[in-house]
Design a protein. Sequence first.
Length: 175
Amino acid sequence: MGKKKNKKQRRAPPTADTPGSGGFGGLAAALQASGLSASAPEPEPEIPVLPTREAPPRRPGSEEAEAKARKAKKAAKAAKAAKGPTPPAANATGLLKGKAVVRQERKGRGGKTVTVVDGVAISRVDDLVGLARTMRKAMGTGARVEGGKIVLQGDQRKSAEAWLSKQGASVVIGN
């Protein structure tokens, strides 16, 4: 292995004017003497200007078709507004009749606590998914239907009891 050179023995970095330096050598000096420079400025790249495209011509009668479509859409919206909003399941008080059992579970759910709503009042409802959706919105938690039972995320026993009793069901709190 070679020895490291100390600072005094190191060469100065070559410049463009020194011959044999890997630069222009004596060419730069010769060009400078004749009034030219060694490096020419790079020309700026030209940016091509693209022609603008005009909108395609309209088909004859297309304005009439668009007006007809707008009118039909407006009529459908007015008809829907006249019907009124469709009430979600269990929105009216007294819709649930019978006993509803509300209990807390953790088994088989990875340690997560859920509240299960089951019973005669729940099994009589035709739209169980709609009832779960309404409970989800009323209590501000996740809800789904599993095997004919409504499963609420978290410990929602007290709020579920209050909501179900408000809907007309007799509520039994399990565990």
